[in-house]
Design a protein around this ligand. Structure first.
Ligand code: APR
Length: 243
């Protein structure tokens, strides 16, 4: 669809780790199969947290501190331009737990796998944004609401349910255009959203460095780096003429 979106088109975007790669955040399924030198099952499951909370906490504190060193890239910024053009007809669903979409300026945004900036109390359910210096050391952070001594990362780990699934499924089923960017299509239910969009008649566009697992389901696939491809694609979709 190398042409502007139709007036009133409802557009849903799904992003994954690939969109933040050019900001310097490593993806999950890099060629070594490790995530920042750890096996995913050692740091990203509730069982890991029960077995070795110190390792899991230290790992996520590292990821949380890294947020202070990275900035949004042209792909994040292009999606802000697209949202300005589409207004309420734009929804961005991200699997990423970094805050680069919101820092770039995206507004209608759902974090389906949680957010690094937030911590959650397993006792009372309190969720807090905790990014001050005192929250970023290797010491645990206590819950100010109930006093529990150890908040956990507000992250959806493997074996846990993603957040806002009802809203997500509905928006994907109702959209006219579905665009997946920088996601390998390995992890469900996120990977299944493309199938829902396709079955419900949306035009499906993929943008990824390598063909993802579910590439055959796209109507249109653009292979390359999101930061290089997306600004031009967005210009086409919103009808901005190239100089
Ligand atoms: N531009 C576009 N795509 C890229 C870029 C880039 N610059 N760099 C890498 N990619 C692609 C890779 O080719 C890969 O297909 O991004 C994809 C990233 O895949 P994953 O690392 O598997 O990340 P993601 O799909 O987001 O993982 C889903 O798995 O570990 C869990 O909860 C975690 O949200 C995560 C989920």
């Amino acid at each position: 669809m190398n042409e502007p979106f139709e007036t009133g088109a409802r557009v849903v975007i799904l992003t994954g780790a690939g969109i933040s790669a050019e900001s310097g955040i490593r993806t999950f399924r890099a060629s070594d199969g490790l995530w920042e030198d750890h096996r995913i099952e050692d740091v990203a499951t509730p069982f890991a947290w029960m077995r070795d909370p110190e390792l899991v906490w230290g790992f996520y504190q590292g990821r949380r501190r890294q947020l202070l060193e990275v900035v949004p890239n042209p792909a994040h910024e292009a999606l802000v331009e697209l949202e300005k053009f589409l207004g309420d007809n734009f929804l961005l669903i991200t699997q990423n737990v970094d805050d680069l979409h919101s820092r770039a300026g995206s507004k209608n945004l759902i974090h389906m796998h949680g957010e690094l900036q937030k911590l959650r109390c397993e006792q009372c359910g309190e969720v807090v944004v905790a990014m001050d210096e005192e929250h970023l050391t290797d010491d645990y952070v206590a819950c100010t609401a109930c006093g529990d001594e150890r908040l956990r990362p507000h992250i959806v780990w493997f074996h846990e349910m993603p957040l806002h699934m009802r809203e997500i499924d509905q928006a994907v089923a109702d959209c006219d255009v579905f665009i997946a960017i920088g996601t390998s299509g390995h992890v469900y239910p996120a990977a299944g959203l493309l199938g829902i969009a396709q079955a419900c008649g949306a035009h499906c566009i993929g943008i990824n460095l390598d063909p993802p697992e579910n590439v055959a389901l796209f109507d249109e696939f653009h292979q390359g780096k999101a930061g290089e491809l997306l600004p031009n694609l967005v210009n086409v979709w919103i009808g901005v003429e190239e100089e």
